[in-house]
Design a protein. Structure first.
Length: 308
């Protein structure tokens, strides 16, 4: 919300200068519904400035649903004033604040097509990203949205990527990068869960293929070590000892601390109280590092798969 308010604050001053030449705005009377400001005053005969100020007042006081009709009124009645594109911009925020994420992304798409050179276009890409991200969060009670559909997350990643690549100096770039890291891990774990599902049901070919996809597509994700384990187990079960050994070798070389701290790694992943501070999984193991006794991962995971 800090970023959203910042964008609104930046643009407010621009309208004052932009409208200096528009000294008389004719009321065309397009409205067919009662429009009021926060004081309850009727706005049907209001000019663009008054309509916009009233909409912004609603938005800044946490009433986006009341702001949206006023923003629409500005764009419909006064499309050639500086208030129109600003109203379109703030409508994206209003839809987002109203948790109407579909409308927020639609409004962002329209703005990008109509105003590709707008000085706040980075903000629009950011809002499209967070709106798609929020779409994935909307789910049935007690359901994990990542297990049902990750398409919104993938679209969100693309939105943030466009922002970071095209506007690296944007005030929103850092937050976009943090979202991208989170999304990358979550989508990787979505594919990892599918690999785990196949492994548990002894569908070793499918398990290996899905795990390979995690390793190839999500380098750097914290799902990669487990994906390599699944590949090792699956190839061993498929009587492919060379491929199994290759997977094991890559795991040991790339994530040496993962094998040494495997149980503690997953305890902390599950949100349990840490027994000790974990080192980076891809760093060189320190001498005397605690060992959790799960070095024989291929045997242990194969036994668990057979038990499943």
């Amino acid at each position: 919300m800090r970023h959203i308010v910042l964008a609104l604050g930046i643009t407010a001053a621009l309208l004052v200068t932009g409208c200096a030449s528009d000294k008389s705005i004719e009321d065309t009377g397009y409205s067919k519904t009662p429009l009021v400001n926060r004081k309850g005053e009727k706005l049907k005969s209001a000019d663009a400035a008054r309509l916009y100020d009233s909409a912004r007042d609603f938005l800044m006081h946490g009433q986006p649903e009341q702001a949206l009709p006023l923003y629409s009124e500005v764009t419909a009645r006064f499309p050639f004033t500086p208030y129109a594109p600003q109203s379109e911009l703030e409508s994206i925020t209003a839809h987002y604040e109203a948790e109407d994420y579909d409308q927020a992304t639609d409004a962002a798409d329209r703005f990008i097509k109509q105003h590709p050179r707008n000085q706040h276009i980075d903000y629009v890409y950011y809002m499209r990203g967070v709106s798609n991200y929020a779409q994935n969060q909307q789910s049935l009670i007690s359901a994990n949205p990542d297990r049902r559909n990750v398409e919104y997350l993938k679209q969100s990643f693309n939105d943030f990527s466009l922002l970071v690549n095209n506007y690296p100096d944007s005030v929103y770039a850092k937050d976009a990068q943090l979202h991208m890291i989170d999304i990358r891990n979550r989508v990787a774990h979505f594919d990892l869960d599918i690999a785990e599902y196949y492994l548990k049901r002894h569908a070793y070919v499918a398990a290996a293929r899905r795990a390979e996809q995690v390793v190839e597509d999500y380098q750097g994700s914290n799902a990669v070590p487990r994906a390599l384990e699944i590949m090792e187990v699956s190839y061993a079960k498929l009587n492919q000892p060379d491929l199994a050994e290759d997977s094991r070798a890559i795991l040991q070389a790339s994530y040496p601390n993962y094998l040494l701290h495997r149980d503690e790694f997953y305890r902390q992943q599950a949100g349990e109280t840490p027994d000790y501070e974990l080192p980076a999984m891809d760093s060189t193991p320190a001498s005397g590092a605690p060992i959790d006794g799960t070095n024989d991962t291929a045997t242990g995971d194969a036994d668990r798969a057979n038990a499943g």
